[in-house]
Design a protein around this ligand. Structure first.
Ligand code: CMC
Length: 428
């Protein structure tokens, strides 16, 4: 069958008896339901990078990459970044609606109850080299939580599932901050339930047990904004990893550890760290043309980190918000960061360059978030850990959503291109 005949077969079948239905979402492109394709035609769909595949139905987040739109449960990211806060956004992602004052109070209290780590968990840190990358430690420690919360979770019980989700959101800042304090040999600070989520994370990161820590409200708000922007992004690599792991019924803490592993890569959450390495490598504004030439050279693996996105082909709405925050924080702190000047000039040059225009490559959220985090005092290797603690809100929301999806285990097929059947040779 030629591909044309194949498409015609799908369309005629869809039209005649609806056996390959076209599904309508609330927003975005329609999808042909090909679940019975193999059974009916003996054919598989081949889409290795999932460029044309909707792997699931989801009601959490919507991205329109052509228009630069990002909605959490219908609310535009710009409005949430300006008017909401991370805990409220986490509630929204998990539950589908903004909380009432009473629901918000209950949610805050639950986070306050669950933000401590079992003291035995802290012992795990000592097993890591102190110069280990925080993401390596996060994968290990979050995975290890499954050893603490396994038999106590009844996956059929919505109350238990909700508690696991809250435990993950609540403990993640404590886990991430401990990665940092362990690496520099500083004693941990415990969470302070008198503070909001971001302020609490800042005091655990940068405070010492011997002195009170004064939270800078401008930095706390900037961190809230970063976390809101990173809280979810529909079926990205790490969220898909969480969903795939969860489809087998695996322990939620183990599923989130899998998501953290996937996020770590420089093509995904590791890009914020990679951007700063790249800007430092470029070094001066005069070296930008050389970097541009390398980014366009197909024989050179160098890419402009923080540029391009699988889905956004006009602009990443998060990038504008984070750029504004970066400028605000730098001016508040009186920092003149030469890397910001390189970043702004690089953006200007790339946006006028034919190669980038043709391929619709625009700055993504990570282009400026590293500069912002650096100004706030976060060490480079903690950038992706901050992303992970924000994205936990999205991961657990997808994990919860998946529990209502009756499609069973995720099990992709493949186009086998290995040797055909052959027989083991006789041995003398
Ligand atoms: N620099 C130079 N060329 C690029 C870049 C870049 N950053 N991104 C894409 N291209 C080129 C690519 O070489 C290809 O060229 P051609 O058509 O000539 O072969 C074309 O643009 C299309 O790229 P692609 O690789 O098909 O795009 P993709 O959708 O597979 O990859 C991406 C998306 C984000 C992995 C990629 O753009 C990239 O590696 N960017 C740098 C890393 C980065 O900033 N990642 C953070 C993503 S946002 C945060 C998150 O959601 O995790």
């Amino acid at each position: 069958m030629t591909s044309k005949q194949f498409i015609n077969a799908i369309l005629s079948e869809q039209q005649s008896d609806g056996s390959l239905p076209v599904l309508e979402g609330t927003l975005g492109p329609r999808a042909v339901d090909i679940q019975t394709l193999y059974a009916r035609h003996g054919l598989l769909a081949f889409d290795p990078g999932f460029r044309s595949t909707a792997a699931c139905k989801s009601a959490i987040t919507f991205v329109d990459g052509d228009q630069g739109v990002l909605l959490y449960r219908g609310y535009p990211i710009e409005e949430l970044a300006e008017r909401s806060n991370f805990v409220e956004v986490a509630y929204l992602l998990m539950h589908g609606d903004l909380p009432s004052p009473a629901q918000r109070k209950e949610f805050d209290q639950a986070i306050g109850v669950h933000n401590l780590l079992h003291e035995q968990v802290l012992a795990f840190y000592r097993g890591f080299r102190r110069d280990a990358h925080p993401m390596a430690v996060m994968v290990g420690v979050v995975g290890a939580l499954s050893a603490f919360y396994h038999d106590v979770i009844d996956m059929r019980n919505p109350g238990d599932r909700g508690k696991a989700a809250i435990r993950l959101i609540a403990k993640m800042p404590t886990i991430a901050a401990a990665c940092f304090t362990y690496s520099i040999g500083r004693p941990n600070r415990y969470p302070d339930n008198g503070l909001d989520f971001s302020s609490n994370f800042l005091q655990m990161m940068f405070g010492v047990p011997s002195e009170p820590y004064r939270v800078d409200p401008v930095l706390a708000r900037a961190l809230e904004v970063i976390m809101i922007l990173h809280a979810d992004h529909e079926q990205n690599a790490s969220t898909s990893t969480v969903r795939l792991a969860a489809s087998s019924g695996a322990n939620p803490f183990a599923c989130i550890a899998a998501g953290i592993a996937s996020l770590w890569g420089p093509a995904h959450g590791g890009a914020n760290e990679a951007v700063l390495h790249m800007l430092a490598e470029i070094g001066t504004v005069e070296n930008i043309p050389k970097a541009m030439a390398r980014a366009k050279d197909k024989n050179d693996p160098f890419r402009l980190m923080g540029f391009g996105h699988r889905v956004y082909k006009s602009f990443d709405p998060r990038a504008r918000v984070v750029q504004a925050q970066a400028k605000k924080v730098l001016s508040h702190l009186g920092i003149d960061d030469p890397l910001l000047n390189i970043a702004m000039r690089l953006e200007e040059i790339a946006l006028k360059d034919e190669y980038f225009i043709e391929r619709k490559l625009y700055p993504n959220v990570d282009f400026y978030s590293g500069i912002l985090l650096r100004a706030m005092g976060f060490p480079l290797n903690m950038f992706t850990a901050v992303f992970a603690l924000a994205r936990t809100a999205g991961w657990v929301s997808h994990w919860l959503e998946l529990q209502h999806d009756a499609h069973g285990i995720d099990r992709p097929r493949q186009l086998y291109v290995g040797p055909a059947l052959r027989h083991y040779p006789p041995r003398s």
